[in-house]
Structures are given as C-alpha cells and as structure tokens.
Design a protein around this ligand. Structure first.
Ligand code: 6LW
Length: 498
C-alpha cells in the first residue's frame, strides 16, 4: 500500500511512529518518536497535510538529549507538539536512566529549540499538553492520569489524578491528547497495545479534568481483525485540514509475507478523514492514495536520490546511534566525503559509529562509494544491534554479514579489489508463495573500480522485522566504521523495485 501511487498514504513512510501534529495558520508541523537515535524527534512541515518536508530535529544537541545509556527502543518516546501564545511547545520522554520527561520550546519550529525543562513531577510516558481558557496548563500522561504544570519552570501542582481509561480489560491506555472542541473537552487515547490490537478511543467532558463520558461506540479507529494492508492503527492526533474538515494522523504498519506477517519499516504515519457524528469524531477509511483530499495539493518536492556530502553539516535525515561526536562523524575532514572514525570493533555494539537514514519504501536500492583504505566498515540494514545485515570491507575482503538474535555469521566473502568500492543493497518486496513466505529479499553486492558488478548474497528480510526483533523502531540503512577511518564519497537511496 502506498509506495507507487501519486500522493501516498503513509504520509511519512518508514520508522515515523507516534505522530503529533500542530497547525499554525496555514502551516502544519508534525513530530515523531526517535528512540535510541541521535539527533532526536524529527520535525516536519507541510501546507497540505499530504506532502511533508523535514525541517530538522528538535533535540539536536547533546545538552538537550543524552542517550548513551538508552537501550534500543528506549530513549525518546511519543512527543506532543503544541503552539501556545506564540511559542511551540514539545513535551516528551527520554525513557532511559539519564532521562525522564522534558519540555522544550521554540518560536521557530526549525529551531533552535530551548534547553530542556526537566519535569521530575510528571510520571510515566506519553505526556500531553493542553491549556484551558484561564491559561492553566494540563499535562496528561499514559495510564491515564493528569496534573497541572507550569511549562516555564517544570513545576507540577498536586498529585496525578486518574482520568478515564478506555474499555474494560483493554491493555495499555496511552498516548492521551486533550482538546477543546466546541462545547466539550475531548480526551483521546490509544488502547490495546501498539501491536495488532491497537486502537484509538475517545471520551468527552465539561472540563479538561473531566468527568469524562466515553463514546459508546469506541474505538473510533482500529484495524484489529480487519482485512486491510495497514495494521496496528492507533496513537492518533487530531487536526483540521485547510478546508476546515477534520483529520487524524496516526501510526500503522504494513506487514508483508505469509503468516503471521512481518513489518520491516517500523510504525509509519498515516492520515485519515474524521467525521463528526452527534458530537463524536469517527475515523473514515484509510486509503492508499490521498489524491482525493478536498483541497488543492502542493507539488511534491522530490527528495534528492544522492547525498554527495558536500555540505559542512549533515542533512537532518541522517541519524546516528545514541550520539554523534563531531570528530567521529564529519564531512569536514575530506571535503565532499563523509568520514567515520571507529570507536568500537563491531556492528553488534550499541555505540557503533553509524550514520543512516530510514528505509522508507517496501522496495528500494541503496548504495555507497566507500574508501576503506585506512579502516573497516560498510553499509548496513539495521533494526538493532542484534538484528542487521551488512556488506563491509574488512580484513582484505568484501563480505556480507548477518546478525540474527544471538547468531552472527559471514554469509559470503570475496577478496577486496584495490581502490574505492561501490557497495549496494537492493531490497525487494516479496509476494508470499505460501503461508511461510517472508516479506522481502535483501540482496547485497559490490562494483569494483573495473566496473564489474558482483552479487554476494540474497537474504530473507523477515529476520529484520519487528515481529522477530521486537521493539518500537524500524529499519535504518546506513554507513558504519568498525576499525580505523572509513570514508564515503556518496550515498544514494532510490525507491522502487527493479
Ligand atoms: C509510545 C506509546 C506507543 O510511547 O508506543 O503506540 C510507545 N504507542 O504511546 C513507544 O512508541
């Protein structure tokens, strides 16, 4: 669903979960979770809700975000983005021992964002911010509970008060968002867990603190047990379109292969229409092509296929693991090249020096030109430190390595030709041939200085899926160094099959 149509849904394909959206005049801004990756919290801009451009990352300095002790799928969880009295406010959780809840503000969403205001009095995850008519700021968190907060100082008032929390027996009431719409305050939450049971439910009441009356026909969004290419739908945020109609952004996944279905791109951000029925928002169909939205669409800005690393800083799409020291990841060492300096010896280490981008299409091709004359490293498709495939230049060879859970193996190896090499990964969505078929094939090869192309290995992609690896993230394709200094002249990413 979505990869080959003109105005695709997902609106943010690839690992972009837990969307929170905010409208200011004709402009829309959207943020997502980023977990163990640095910089954290990608922020996007759009004027038509369908085409988005990344402005930057909200937490882009070490003083704002320390992740060095964050486990994979720990780190930055579900942010909420709101605009109040001329300032953007972003509240989120750094779910690691150096973290906790924090709040940053900015007048320009492209940054700079402030230093974080720590929120030791705000418990749990998924904090939301809402202001009532007299200016009181309400912070609501997963569970679902609520307290009052001074967003300038981080001071909280009173103990968290338990609010409404979805249907009987539903697990994981989380992702609360509170809105004043018409005569009611609406409390919208996710429930059922972020897997196949995921859903969005809603309640309403006379004040931001309730009492809340649930919508009798909850959930307002779920694909549990439904035949649909998008599954696990939940964790939504409401917004009005340019024509005043209502819409929801939410996360979903696109499982592939046979049974039970494996999703490899992580949780992606989708858009669906919302109809108001008797004062309740009801979510409409999740379509794969958004060309029919009731307002004019902007011309989509194509993403450049190739990054030549000609700028002094990296584009905001590039993410690293836990931190990104400038002396280890730089475009300033050899102009026009990305230089990586190793600090650990293995791609299995959680602090491997790495710069990657999200895999955003079910089929795609990525390539690099690598100069490993002074080190060892290559090109990886990574879900986490225990689940990745890679093609690398090491110990005089070009080789493909696979790490699946506790098992690590060299799948193929050839003597490395002298000089810079083009390393390639081609990912092709697979149609299941039987109930056990995997979601895609991940094939690695290289082209030497003589122009001869060699394919080394084609691997079943299911082992780099969330259903195998667990966790909250998705595949990231990137460059890494495990010894010495490794330089990359360019990186290309081309959507589509071949
Ligand atoms: C997030 C929670 C969720 O905090 O997953 O799908 C958690 N929803 O709301 C991590 O993304």
């Amino acid at each position: 669903m979505g990869d080959t149509v003109p105005n695709p849904n997902p609106i943010l394909p690839g690992f972009h979960p837990d969307p929170s959206i905010c409208r200011v005049g004709d402009d829309y801004y959207l943020v997502c979770s980023s977990f163990e990756y640095f910089p954290g919290v990608p922020i996007f801009h759009s004027r038509d809700l369908v085409h988005w451009r990344q402005l930057g990352n909200v937490l882009d300095r070490p003083s704002q975000l320390r992740l060095t002790r964050a486990w994979s799928s720990g780190g930055v969880y579900a942010p909420t983005l709101r605009h109040h009295e001329g300032r953007f406010h972003l509240i989120t959780t750094n779910a690691s021992s150096e973290g906790g809840n924090l709040l940053v503000t900015a007048t320009d969403p492209a940054g700079p964002w402030s230093e974080p205001v720590p929120l030791p009095g705000v418990p749990g995850i998924d904090p939301d911010l809402a202001w009532d008519e007299d200016g009181t700021c309400w912070c609501t968190v997963a569970g679902v509970s609520q307290l009052r907060l001074d967003p300038r100082t981080g001071q909280t008032f009173g103990e968290p008060v338990r609010l409404w929390s979805a249907g009987p027996g539903a697990k994981a009431p989380e992702a609360p968002h509170l809105y004043r719409i018409g005569e009611y305050w609406y409390l919208m939450i996710a429930e059922g867990g972020t897997e196949r049971g995921h859903a969005v439910s809603i309640a309403r009441g006379p004040s931001p603190s309730g009492p809340f009356e649930p919508y009798p026909a909850n959930p307002i969004l779920t694909h549990r047990g439904v035949e649909h290419p998008v599954q696990n739908t939940g964790h939504g945020d409401l917004v009005q379109g340019p024509d005043g109609s209502w819409w929801m952004v939410f996360l979903g996944v696109r499982p592939g292969g046979g049974t039970p279905g494996w999703h490899v791109l992580g949780r992606e951000t989708f858009l669906a229409p919302v109809e108001w029925v008797d004062g309740w928002p009801v979510v409409g169909e999740v379509v794969s092509d958004l060309s029919g939205v009731p307002w004019p669409l902007e011309e989509a800005e194509p993403e450049p296929e190739r990054d030549d690393f000609d700028d002094s800083t990296l584009r905001p799409q590039w993410i690293s693991l836990r931190d990104r020291p400038e002396d280890l990841v730089t475009t300033q060492d050899r102009p026009g090249w990305l230089t990586l300096r190793a600090r650990g010896a293995s791609l299995d280490a959680d602090d491997v020096v790495f710069a990657g981008r999200r895999q955003q299409h079910l089929s795609c091709r990525a390539a690099v030109l690598v100069d490993a004359a002074e080190g060892e490293g290559g090109l990886a498709v990574r879900l986490d430190e225990h689940h990745h495939y890679a093609i690398e230049v090491a110990e005089g060879a070009v080789r493909v390595v696979a790490r699946i859970g506790p098992l690590r193996t060299v799948v193929a190896t050839r003597p490395a030709p002298a000089g810079p090499l083009e390393l390639t990964v081609r990912i092709t969505e697979d149609r299941p041939r039987d109930a056990r078929g995997g979601p895609d094939v991940v094939a690695f090869g290289f082209t030497g200085p003589d122009g001869a192309a060699t394919e080394l290995a084609a691997l079943d992609g299911r082992y780099l899926s969330t259903e195998v690896a667990g966790g909250f993230t998705g595949r990231v394709i990137g460059m890494y160094a495990t010894a010495g200094t490794v330089r990359f002249d360019w990186f290309s990413y081309i959507p589509g099959g071949f």
